[in-house]
Structure formats: C-alpha cells, structure tokens
Design a protein around this ligand. Structure first.
Ligand SMILES: [Zn+2]
Length: 468
C-alpha cells in the first residue's frame, strides 16, 4: 500500500518517496512566542502530529523539527509595553507553549524545537551568500531580497505579479521592487540587535526557517508543513531564499498545508482578538476530546470553531471508552473466539489504512473505527468472548485510536460496586419485573446521581461508572 500526499507545490496527490530511504525529514512552522497559543495554532500542531504518528505507524523513521520564533516585531513590541527584556518575555511564553503542546500530546513527537536566537550566525551567513550571489541588496543597514532575480518566485503560490503587488501594503522607495522582502532589519532605538557586516540589526522572519533547516537537514528535505495562510509570503520566500542560496532544487519535496481555523467566519488570530487559548479550552475539556475534534475534519479543510461542537467528539469518545469496558466485561474463560469479530477487525484495519494513506483522511478512518465499536457492542451484548480476543480488540482499537491521540487512557473496570448502588440495582430489577417503569426510571436517575450508569441487557442490568 502506498501513501499519497497532496503536495501544494504540484497541486496533486503524490506517492511519498522520501529522499533518504525510510527516513522522513520534516519541518513545521511553529509558534511566535509573545502570547499564549490558541486553538487555531493547535489545529496545525495536532494535525501534523497525527501525520507524524501515521508515518511512524507505516515504519518511517521521522525526524520532526518545529521552530520557535523568539525574535520578532511582536515580541519586541509586547516586551516594551511590559517593560521587560524581549528574550525573557519570549522565554516565558516558550515555557507556556511547551506545556500546552505537552498537554495536547504533541510535544513528544517533535525531535527538535530550534529557536531563532540560537541560529543568528547561520542566518547572517545565508544572507551573506544571497548578497554575494546577487539575490539580495543592502540599503541603509537593511537587507532586501530582490524578488525579480528569482525566476520561479510564484511557483508555490501561483500568484500573478498583479496579485503580488497587491499584497505588499507598505511602499518603501528604498526598495527596488515593492514586493521585495526584508532579510535583515537594522536596529531601531531600544531594539535588541546582533552585529553583522551591515551593522547592528536582526533577521527577518522568513530567513529563520531556511537557515535552520539548511543547518539541520542540509539543502533539501522531505516535508514542510504549516497553516495554509503561510503559503504566501512566508513559504514562497523560504523557497526563494533556500534555492538561491544553495543552488539545489527542490528545497522541499512535499509542501503540506493545514486549513485555517475560523471563528464566526473570521480567521482566529491574535490581531483580531477573537481567539480562545489552548489552556482555556483544556481547562474545560479533555485533550483527547480536542484532538478528536480536529481529526473529524480533513487537515486541508478549514474549521469553523464553536466550543459547543466539542460535545460531539466528547460523546463519541465516551462511547469508545464504554465499548472497551464492555469488551472487558464480555471476556470470559468460557467465551469463544468470534469469527465475525476477527473478520471485522481485519476489515477495519484495512479500511482505516486505506483512508489514512489517501492524504491522511482522518475523518473517514475515524468513521471506520467508530463503526467497528458499534458492531462489536452488538456482538458482546449477546455473547461472551475469549480473553485473547478481548485483548486483541482492545489493542487494535487503541492502536488505531492512538493515531489521533485518543484511547490512550487506562480503562478500569471496578470489580466492587458500592452497597448503595447494588441495592438500587436490586430495587430496579424488582420494579421492572412488576413493569413499574416509572419507579425503574427514578432509580436509574438516582444511580446516575451517584455516578453510575445502568443499562438493560438481555442478561440483566449492566452497570458502569460515569467518566469524568
Ligand atoms: Zn516558518
């Protein structure tokens, strides 16, 4: 089975063929640390984490780097406002960001979080090369990239020159072309700066990623991800920088872009002040709920965020965890191996893989996993199964769920029921025998209040503890 990936560069689904055999080198644009990350950022990180999990599942040896921008206009501005050093402000938000991605179960799959401030010499070196090769020019201590010198500038964005012109809003008479972009910004009073051949200053945003990745991976690597809003100018400029500096093409073999997250029709962003931070949402919801929420939409599509919509993945997760409990309940030494279940498992694993191998179709693969749970619930409500089979179903469900970062929690079956609940179950059975449904319902509500769900099965009342 081959993995097909939609490549923004070619606008086609292509078979993944990494440059170095089974090793996949991957870079995703990370956080600018001047404030807490929001659920729009989380969409990108979680969806790329799911992609990494699937690549690893297929046996690829993934090296995943995600940068942290700790030198930036916004950081400088906020630090000035708070009266603190920019790097100490950045440090504070870096720590908080790492806590957030850890809570989202994203952090452990990132092998390296390179920081801008650690790569300044490499950026200066790359800018020097671009000047020497005639792609960049110096004006009053600033360095600009001359976009007209790079023939394939619009190959990723596929924009026309007219569109390009419209995107550059600040005209600057010192620039050769209105859409030339800054590689180096000269120091303004009070700003942090590093020494360079062009005077004190700091790097522009775009040069960061290419200086880092050329250092980490060399002139070419496999996979570059980020939000679709980065195609232009950020990723467009990355290609112009790297391919001009190293002379090697393509700089990146596969470009992957995640759809943006909107809120009430507008893109969630710090500048629009319409954001909800990851922390806020995780204070109200389990990380697995948020992860499943992202998995229910294809990564290239946008999402319109409404916190109410988290109810659905929450209910789905509860159903899946209950299924795992039901499977454990149904396991018995007298149970048999159900042929039907064996066939279901094999079919689900196959369909799940087909969906994931088709440009990471998580919503479809989740549908298959959920469908498996439904079928198995039907079977185990009627019959006991062997311990081995129960174990196999749980393992398989966890393995597939693990691709989305769900079903990673322990499932405990309490053997002892509190006396109080035991008594209620007996009373309820008695009421049901008398067909006194009203009393039976009242008793069920009472059990719920105590944290126990009672379900009627042909074999009698089954109970389970409510989660959360
Ligand atoms: Zn970037």
């Amino acid at each position: 089975m081959v993995l097909k990936i939609f490549n923004t560069l070619t606008r086609r689904k292509e078979t993944l063929k990494p440059m170095r055999g089974k090793r996949v080198e991957m870079f995703v644009c990370g956080q600018t640390v001047y404030d807490d990350a929001h659920v729009g950022h989380a969409k990108t990180y979680v969806q790329f984490d799911t992609i990494v999990r699937w690549l690893k599942h297929l046996g690829y040896d993934v090296f995943y780097a995600q940068n942290i921008t700790d030198v930036d206009d916004k950081i400088i501005k906020r630090a000035q406002k708070e009266g603190v050093e920019p790097l100490s402000l950045a440090n504070r938000y870096t720590q908080r960001f790492l806590e957030d991605v850890d809570a989202l179960k994203v952090k452990k799959n990132v092998d390296l979080f390179p920081k801008t401030s650690d790569y300044i010499p490499q950026m200066i070196e790359q800018i020097k090369t671009l000047i020497e090769k005639g792609y960049a020019y110096v004006v009053d201590g600033d360095v600009y990239y001359d976009v007209t010198k790079f023939k394939d500038y619009t190959k990723l964005s596929r924009m026309s020159i007219e569109e390009l012109k419209r995107h550059r809003i600040e005209p600057d008479p010192r620039k050769r072309n209105s859409f030339d972009f800054a590689l180096w910004k000269s120091q303004k009073p009070g700003e942090l700066a590093w020494d360079s051949a062009w005077g004190k200053g700091r790097p522009g945003w775009h040069i960061e990623d290419t200086a880092m990745t050329v250092t980490i991976f060399g002139p070419q690597y496999d996979l570059h991800g980020g939000g679709s809003d980065l195609i232009f100018p950020h990723h467009t400029n990355e290609i112009a920088q790297a391919e001009a500096a190293t002379g090697k093409k393509p700089f990146v073999k596969y470009w992957l872009h995640a759809g943006v997250l909107n809120i009430k029709g507008a893109k969630m962003s710090k500048s629009l002040k319409n954001f909800v931070t990851i922390r806020e949402v995780l204070s109200r919801h389990d990380p697995e709920v948020l992860r499943l929420y992202y998995a229910s939409t294809h990564y290239r599509k946008p999402i319109d965020f409404d916190e109410k919509d988290l109810e659905r993945p929450k209910a789905e997760l509860e159903y899946l965890y209950n299924t795992l409990r039901n499977i454990k309940h149904a396991a018995s030494s007298k149970g048999e191996t159900s042929k039907e279940i064996e066939t279901l498992l094999a079919e689900t694993e196959k369909k799940f893989a087909e969906a994931m191998n088709n440009d990471f179709n998580t919503s479809l693969s989740f549908t298959h996993l959920y469908g498996l749970a439904r079928e198995i619930n039907k079977i185990v409500s009627k019959q006991k199964i062997s311990h081995e089979q129960a174990e196999r179903i749980v393992q398989s469900s966890r393995e597939l769920g693990g691709i989305f970062g769900i079903l990673e929690k322990e499932v405990l079956i309490e053997e002892k029921l509190p006396k109080e609940v035991e008594k209620l179950i007996k009373q309820r059975e008695a009421a049901r025998k008398k067909k006194d449904w009203k009393t039976a319902d009242i008793i069920r509500e009472e059990a719920k209040r105590l944290g126990y769900i009672l379900e009627d099965t042909p074999e009698g009342v089954r109970w389970r503890k409510m989660s959360g």
